[in-house]
Ligand binder design. Structure first.
Ligand SMILES: [Zn+2]
Length: 228
């Protein structure tokens, strides 16, 4: 079995610790981590970088961060955008939206995969998505997905939205995997060393009753790495 972690962080790169995991998409939290991640990528071809500012860290944002992000994304066509998004339980939603949209616009302009964090703010994300031409949207990976069925249905209208799941999402009572097409499923640790990705894939295999699911998930990951 070959697995790529679709969402991890600098402190825990899954492929270095779990034998079936052959690569890790690594997201940054803030601008301070950008150079750190570039160094990691240059020393390990199995790390796939996503650069951005996470909604929990918008206080770290300084003037011109979006031009610096654009320059960085232009320096390597493999780079993705993330972790970006909105979180209802964190302060300053207006600034969160502003920081998110600036980064999302870059992803749309440069056609880069987005690693999306959304907690309790799907109404806002759906409203923002409606402002764009559907056919021009990049791949968007909704990470640690656990929203309700109604929201899922509104997201499934978009061909480019994919969903990644950690242990808590596949065992939780709100697990939506059964209702998500196989070609939109990914797995992730979110940098949590207690998550064994092989177990997550096996649980998905049981839910879907699909013996090829590991290969399908692996191929889905290739799609996000190639920005579609
Ligand atoms: Zn994360």
């Amino acid at each position: 079995m070959k697995i790529i972690d679709a969402h991890s962080h600098i402190d825990y790169l899954t492929h270095k610790h779990q034998s079936d995991v052959v690569g890790s998409v690594c997201c940054t939290n803030d601008e301070n981590q950008w150079t750190q991640l570039i160094d990691l990528i240059h020393n390990d071809k199995n790390i796939y970088g996503a650069f951005g500012v996470h909604p929990w860290f918008i206080d770290s944002v300084s003037d011109g961060f979006d031009s610096r992000l654009e320059e960085l994304l232009n320096s390597d066509s493999d780079y993705m955008v993330g972790e970006i998004g909105l979180d209802k339980y964190k302060p300053n939603m207006d600034k969160q939206i502003d920081v998110f949209i600036k980064q999302f616009n870059l992803a749309v302009k440069l056609k880069r995969t987005v690693c999306l964090h959304c907690v309790g703010a799907w109404d806002k994300i759906l409203h923002i998505l409606k402002q764009y031409d559907k056919s021009k949207l990049p791949i968007i990976v909704a990470h640690a997905f656990n929203a309700n069925q109604k929201i899922l249905e509104q997201l499934l209208i978009y061909n480019n939205i994919m969903f990644s799941f950690s242990k808590i999402n596949v065992y939780g009572r709100n697990c939506r995997i059964a209702n998500i097409p196989n070609d939109k499923i990914l797995v992730e640790t979110d940098g949590n060393m207690d998550v064994c990705l092989m177990d997550v894939v096996q649980k998905i295999m049981t839910i879907k009753n699909e013996s090829d699911i590991a290969e399908i998930i692996f191929n889905n990951t290739q799609r996000i790495l190639k920005h579609g």
